[in-house]
Design a protein around this ligand. Structure first.
Ligand SMILES: [Zn+2]
Length: 109
């Protein structure tokens, strides 16, 4: 693994661990009726959403997409990447330099 990928890897891993812990907490607390379950569900949702955003942000800062036409390295918005057409290690994206819509290969920043 590349050193630049490490923060993304750590963030994704801790996100998954946190989610599993939250799920376990839910499964333990619901049958016992210890605290109000609504709060646990809210915490779980918050962890889910905030964690996802953090991972998305780190991912955005880890990868750039190289335009095959002008070789410009584009830093893409996470949503742009999410809703783009997927290719083999590439995404169909609009180049911010030349304006072409091309399959761009993903590179580490
Ligand atoms: Zn371009």
């Amino acid at each position: 693994m590349n050193k630049k990928e490490l923060p993304l890897f750590i963030a994704t891993l801790s996100y998954l661990i946190l989610l599993v812990l939250c799920l376990l907490m839910l499964f333990i607390c619901i049958p016992l009726k210890v605290t109000s379950v609504e709060y646990l569900v809210i915490i779980f949702m918050a962890v889910l959403i905030i964690g996802y955003l953090v991972v998305a942000l780190i991912r955005m800062n880890t990868f750039v997409y190289e335009c095959s036409h002008c070789k410009e390295k584009n830093k893409m918005n996470y949503l742009e990447v999410l809703f783009s057409k997927r290719g083999n290690n590439s995404r169909k994206l609009k180049c911010k330099n030349c304006g072409r819509v091309e399959y761009m290969e993903r590179h580490l920043k």
